[in-house]
Design a protein around this ligand. Sequence first.
Ligand code: ZN
Length: 125
Amino acid sequence: MRASCHCGAVVLEVDDSFSQLTACNCSICGRLGALWAYTTQARVTVKHAPDALASYAWGDRTITFHHCRVCGCTTHYTGLGAQATDRVAVNARLLPLDPAAPVPVRRWDGRDSWSSLGVHDAWPW
Ligand SMILES: [Zn+2]
């Protein structure tokens, strides 16, 4: 699958399929409105125009969010620092998922309890 930002300056080639997506309510995910599809570094190739990819990390800096500097779309996040894993969270809103086969969306309570609040939706609709 090919995830693209709106303007096409950042493209992720994703060699994976997804049976569940995650919507999180933490301070950044709630603002971004992203739906995360979790995969691994080996399954993702990031291609971008020169200088098009910007990153943002804050606080304890254990993950970093990447977005297109041209159109602003958040494309994915990756681990950062000594404890980083090979996990990549792709913003599923950029994936060409089939509206005829929407993927269940789990709510993750990143703001308070750090636990699942169950499946409440599906994407794309
Ligand atoms: Zn873009």
